[in-house]
Design a binder for this molecule. Structure first.
Ligand code: NDP
Length: 326
């Protein structure tokens, strides 16, 4: 038996509780992992609260990320004792996830835990941090160099935003953080933000073309924020869109694309091919130090996961929440 957070749903409501589960109930797959740490991402908050239909079947163990040690494997890709990380692939949505002491998943969904990180540090990064790395790598690949000008990071105190700031600053970019949390200026500066703007300056409907400012954007917020950020992007600049904290809509015009050659790049972490994942994790291992991870994250037990899920969807979390499932 092992402990897991389990989401159940009947005709009227969903419920979430810590449940004892027999190993035989785990889904069919090649690799059984003893989970050490998981984490609460925005999507886990949506699953736990039921605020959006993230969970596709019930009962479901949430948790789109985990890090731990392989207990057994019928695939020759992994053997007992290997240290592994999982991000995405629909785990915690359609396949039982990481907010549990054990998980059973496909061999090809796992990557080796980078030697630079402990399992706890890997979960301080989690999908949010790995997505930030996908965004920064995409900006670089699109040719945005530090000398091109300022990079805007929206949703700055969140998980994606915090890690994006640290990675960009480390690579020599001048980062401008957009945040609604006026009290977190010191935190954002300690991560490497050179300047901070109030997110209200971006969140209301704006003109299709605005004063050019950004060489690049990492947007975790969507909606009017993404539209305004795109309208303020400089000629030939690049916007990476990965989130929807303000909304799923994109109330914009084509003007920045056809008059300023702005590029809008979509960033998905769930089905990202293995080569992009490995490049993202290599960058994280190279550029994120232990001190940054300490300041970004805090730890809760499995019993704190539901509250953390509620807090993240109401925008109350700073940085990342790591879950010690044991
Ligand atoms: P967090 O909740 O940690 O961060 C989101 C941040 O956005 C908040 O901290 C807040 O920052 C800001 N925010 C919250 N609500 C609003 C609002 N109504 N209007 C404007 N800003 C708001 O989430 P994550 O960083 O983990 O994820 C960010 C987004 O990225 C989510 O939408 C998530 O679903 C998405 N995501 C997408 C992935 C992908 O594969 N494409 C992978 C990972 C995440 P502040 O208070 O500083 O303004």
């Amino acid at each position: 038996m092992f402990k897991a957070l389990l989401i159940n749903k009947n005709e009227t409501a969903q419920s979430v509780s810590i449940t004892d589960i027999d190993e035989s109930q785990l889904p069919e797959a090649a690799v059984t992992v003893n989970v050490e740490y998981s984490t609460i991402n925005y999507k886990d908050g949506l699953a736990i609260t039921g605020k959006s239909p993230v969970v596709r079947k019930f009962p479901m163990v949430p948790g789109i990320d985990f890090a731990g040690v392989v207990e057994s494997s019928t695939s020759d890709q992994w053997k007992a004792g290997d240290r592994v990380v999982l991000n995405g692939w629909g785990v915690g949505e359609g396949h039982w996830g990481g907010l549990a002491q054990k998980a059973r998943v496909k061999a090809e969904w796992l990557i080796a835990l980078p030697s630079a990180f402990t399992a706890k540090q890997a979960m301080a990064i989690g999908t949010a941090g790995y997505t930030a790395a996908l965004c920064v790598n995409a900006l670089e690949k699109a040719g945005v160099r530090p000398e091109a000008g300022e990079i805007l990071v929206t949703g700055a105190t969140g998980g994606v935003g915090s890690v994006a700031i640290a990675l960009l600053a480390k690579a020599g970019y001048k980062v401008v953080a957009s945040s609604g949390k006026a009290s977190e200026g010191d935190y954002l500066q300690s991560l490497g933000a050179a300047d901070i703007i109030d997110r209200n300056t971006l969140s209301a409907p704006g003109k299709p073309l605005q004063k050019e400012r950004w060489a690049g954007v990492v947007d975790a917020v969507g909606s009017h924020t993404l539209a305004n950020a795109t309208a303020q992007t400089r000629y030939g600049g690049v916007v990476t869109a990965c989130g929807l904290a303000q909304g799923m809509d994109f109330p914009a015009s084509v003007a920045p694309f056809i008059l300023r050659s702005v590029a809008l790049l979509g960033i998905d972490s769930v089905m990202a091919p293995i080569a992009l994942r490995q490049a993202a994790w290599q960058r994280l291992a190279r550029d994120l130090d232990g001190n940054a991870l300490e300041s970004i994250s805090r730890l809760v037990g499995l019993s704190g996961a539901v509250q953390a899920g509620e807090d993240i969807v109401s925008g109350k979390i700073r940085g990342r929440v790591v879950v010690d499932v044991n």
